[in-house]
Design a protein around this ligand. Structure first.
Ligand code: MG
Length: 160
């Protein structure tokens, strides 16, 4: 009894915003714009988990019209999505996240990102993969207008 889910998200890069990816604050002159902290990687992961459960998407559960979510740490959203997952009788098997960003270099932060997500989800770090790529300066990510992220998850039934 397993279920698969995928998620995708994009946020615009602007000045005078902090850059948060996978729950980790990165030192960069640009940050992602959004109602929450705009952590595009966590948003893709949340959508993958919700997708696996056929529970809609992150915008349905945490509408950006709701002042409660203004500036919110996306780790809280992920934690809420994981509670929902366990209420439904599922646990995370594994997650694989790909972040598309021209800059900054993400490789030095990958293990911290994996550890951070694993702690929020309450799962062994081996279950969490974070990968980074560029688009060879092509498209909106290549022009550094934004960052995109994709996530795939496998959930396993723990209800029996
Ligand atoms: Mg988003």
């Amino acid at each position: 009894m397993i279920r698969i889910g995928q998620g995708y998200d994009v946020h615009r890069l602007v000045s005078e915003r902090e850059l948060w990816l996978c729950g980790v604050k990165l030192d960069h002159e640009l940050g992602l714009l959004g109602h929450s902290d705009a952590d595009v990687a966590i948003h893709a992961l949340c959508d993958a988990i919700l997708g696996a459960l056929a529970l809609g998407d992150i915008g349905k559960h945490f509408p950006d019209s709701d002042p409660r979510y203004k500036g919110i740490d996306s780790k809280i959203l992920l934690s809420n999505v994981c509670s929902l997952m366990r209420e439904k009788g599922y646990d995370l098997g594994n997650a694989d996240i790909t972040i598309c960003a021209e800059r900054p270099k993400l490789r030095p932060h990958i293990d911290t990102m994996r550890q951070t997500l694993a702690e929020v989800i309450n799962t062994p770090v081996d279950n969490i993969s974070v990968k980074a790529t560029t688009t060879e300066r092509l498209g909106f990510t290549g022009r550094e207008e934004g960052i995109s992220a994709m996530a795939v998850v496998l959930l396993s039934d723990i209800s029996r």
